[in-house]
Design a protein around this ligand. Structure first.
Ligand code: SAH
Length: 391
């Protein structure tokens, strides 16, 4: 079996699964060169719009993924396999070793694979809808080291639950909570709607920018906390918030950016579509004793359309999913006219599209910093400061 390796000097990974898995497209390349490729890509994309500052790379770009997903399936001989999906398919690549995923989580997956066999938990078959175990999802708090295991099953039973939990916890006492998520639908989504706490609190906590955050099974949380801290600090600095400012944190997830920025602001409103994430965000405000923040569980575009008629906003953070923001949202920004918009994006293409709309509404791009949140993969994240021309 070939093995993967990391060259400390050049910060190069050599992944033995890269051809099948397809995630680490820069396997084999010096990290310095990879950063240059990403820098050039963003500079070219934003040519004529703004200068792009130097990309912020990672000091040691391995084992950074604090969220590890493995689909559960079986090979031709009926042996259980766990791993990621081959790109653009639902074929599982059994990635025993991975240089970007958290190592402790990866070890737990190896144990689970053995336990599924001994407890006779059959892999779920997406084509027939038969079988039981569908996915393993692990999250590890970077600062707290707390670990949440989510087992996604095809039905709501849990045969030999107590014995299973005991054997697993004896082997991995570092797991702090176990959640069962039930997903019986014919879907490519990993998580179903119902979750049951099997062991522990049902969530983990992590510390970022001096604040403590609760993260539940289905809430979004940045996957590279070391880089996230740098990114948030840059974004908050760009926003240049004063105590008179009303700040909107749109697409706020569990409230991380808004909570970290709240000490400087008059008040903050976070908007998020996922109701679980909003529950986490409200608790996070409490844990951190933040009184000047509130959260709205709504589509960010719909929220802003209603908001513009009655209220003001001085600064807006926006951090939409890969598809970018909606027309409603951008048009409403054109009406509400915040003095600054800090746009964080994991997809520079849709960001460029949305920035052009905002430029038509009287904004100019003052600053743009790419962050390497996902070393060795093709992805790059950008933080952009847009300022109203007449302010
Ligand atoms: N700012 C957060 C989350 C960014 S990820 C952080 O840094 O952790 C994008 C978030 O947008 C996710 O939490 C997702 O649930 C949410 N989202 C997706 N579509 C949305 C919409 N139309 N309106 C509001 N939130 C949305």
């Amino acid at each position: 079996m070939p093995s993967c390796s990391y060259d400390e000097k050049n910060k190069t990974i050599n992944c033995c699964h890269s051809l099948k898995c397809g995630s680490c497209v820069y396997s084999g390349m010096k990290y310095e060169n990879e950063l240059k490729v990403k820098q050039d890509y963003v500079s070219k994309l934003f040519k004529g719009v703004c200068n792009v500052e130097d990309i912020v790379g990672m000091y040691r770009p391995i084992y950074y993924r604090n969220k590890v997903h493995a689909a559960v399936g079986q090979d031709k001989n009926g042996n259980i396999i766990t791993g990621s999906y081959q790109e653009n398919s639902h074929k599982i690549v059994d990635t025993g070793e991975c240089l970007i995923e958290d190592k402790v989580c990866k070890d737990i997956i190896i144990t689970l694979k053995q336990l599924f066999k001994s407890f006779k938990y059959k892999p779920y078959n997406e084509d027939t809808g038969k079988g039981y175990m569908r996915h393993i999802l692990l999250r590890r708090g970077f600062s707290t080291k707390e670990i949440m295991l989510v087992l996604v099953t095809g039905d709501n039973t849990f045969p030999s639950k107590n014995a299973f939990v005991k054997v697993l916890m004896d082997k991995h006492p570092e797991i702090t909570t176990i959640v069962q998520n039930i997903n019986s639908s014919n879907t490519s989504m990993i998580l179903g709607k119902i979750s049951k706490v099997i062991y522990g609190k049902g969530y983990i906590e992590d510390v970022l920018c001096g604040c403590r955050f609760r993260i539940s099974a289905s809430s979004f949380y940045q996957i590279n906390p070391q880089q996230t801290e740098k990114l948030y600090k840059t974004a908050i600095k760009m926003a240049d918030i004063t105590s008179k400012d009303t700040v909107i944190d749109a697409y706020c997830g569990i409230g991380t950016i808004g909570i970290a920025a709240s000490k400087k602001a008059g008040k903050v409103i976070g908007v998020e579509l996922n109701s679980e994430a909003v529950k986490d965000a409200e608790i996070n405000a409490e844990i951190n004793n933040i009184k000047n923040i509130s959260f709205v569980n709504e589509d960010a575009g719909k929220f802003l359309v209603d908001y513009v008629s009655k209220h003001k906003a001085d600064v807006v953070f926006m951090d939409p999913p890969r598809s970018g923001s909606s027309k409603e949202f951008l048009d409403s920004l054109g009406i509400i006219k915040p003095k600054r918009i800090v746009y964080i994006s994991c997809n520079p293409e849709t960001q460029r599209r949305d920035v052009e709309v905002l430029m038509k509404y009287g904004y100019e791009v003052k600053k743009m910093v790419p962050f390497d949140m996902f070393p060795h993969t093709e992805h790059v994240e950008c933080v952009t400061l847009l300022q109203r021309k007449n302010t």
